[in-house]
Design a binder for this molecule. Structure first.
Ligand SMILES: Nc1ncnc2c1ncn2[C@@H]1O[C@H](COP(=O)(O)OP(=O)(O)OP(=O)(O)O)[C@@H](O)[C@H]1O
Ligand SMILES: [Mg+2]
Length: 248
């Protein structure tokens, strides 16, 4: 589904944020990209949906080169940003979720259907008429997810989805992410806080200083996380089995 080939990112100020990275993500995978602050996680996923263009190397999504077809790729890859506020553009909750489908040029009926479905998916249907700036942090995160869902992308990328969420917010967001994966979406989550999602992912990639340092099934990769300044999940420190955050 996603083929990243010798990707390099050099920002205009000379910062080299990604160094020669190769990753292939098959359709339907649930991938965790972890790494400490500044390791290049956000930079990498911004390349996957065409918000940033490679300095060198290439990225293909569903066989399409991102450099040739940013608009097309953005329909395939939905991204929920680290900072939900930066993603909210509508005045009310309903307007905000409708914005994307309206830009696709869909009929009013189709737009209505997609917005209602997306708001129901994140349990925000009762707040449809509320001004976005009055929402709580957790509600804003759910709104950002609804906005992406309404576009019906095949790949969903969540950048630090649990930041600033309380226990129940983490569980709701995690449940939604798992459901998207179960429905067949390819799902990518980035975080330095692996504890919250590790029990559910099929693969873990470790970024460190812009380089890929580990790539494999969770059971193998978690053992070495502390080498890369990432806190290993409690279960691995205790030598026990993975524990889901959905387990009460
Ligand atoms: N627009 C930019 N211009 C210059 N340097 C940048 C820019 N954006 C990010 N960087 C640098 O690139 C590196 C990787 O940043 P990035 O935001 O991808 O890290 P991250 O792994 O997402 O970190 P965090 O966990 O803090 O979100 C950092 O050294 C950062 O300072
Ligand atoms: Mg980041």
């Amino acid at each position: 589904m996603i083929e990243i080939d010798r990707l390099q990112c050099r920002y205009p100020d000379g910062t080299v944020a990604i160094k020669d990275l190769d990753i292939t993500v098959p359709e339907g995978e649930f991938l965790l990209i972890c790494g400490p602050n500044g390791s290049g996680k956000t930079t990498l996923i911004r390349h996957i949906n065409g918000l940033l263009q490679p300095f060198a190397g290439s990225i293909r999504v569903a066989g399409i080169d991102v450099a040739d077809a940013e608009e097309e790729v953005r329909k395939l890859v939905g991204m929920v940003f680290q900072d939900a506020d930066s993603q909210i553009i509508g005045e009310t909750v309903w307007d905000d979720v409708a914005f994307g489908p309206q830009n696709l040029g869909l009929s009013e009926l189709e737009i209505q259907g997609r917005v209602d479905w997306a708001l129901n998916s994140v349990a925000l249907q009762n707040l449809a008429d509320k001004p976005c700036h009055l929402l709580s942090g957790g509600e804003k995160r759910r709104l950002a997810i609804a906005g992406v869902l309404a576009m019906q992308p095949r790949v969903l990328i969540f950048d630090e989805p649990f930041a600033n969420l309380d226990y129940s917010g983490v569980r709701q967001t995690l449940q939604q992410i798992i459901t998207f994966h179960q429905k067949g979406h390819t799902v990518i989550v980035t975080t330095h806080d692996v504890e919250k999602v590790i029990a559910h992912v099929s693969r873990v990639v470790v970024l460190y200083d812009g380089e890929l340092r580990a790539d494999g099934p969770p059971a193998l990769v978690v053992k070495n996380l502390s080498r890369y300044q990432i806190r290993p999940p409690c279960y691995s420190l205790l030598g026990s089995e993975p524990i889901s955050w959905l387990t009460a």
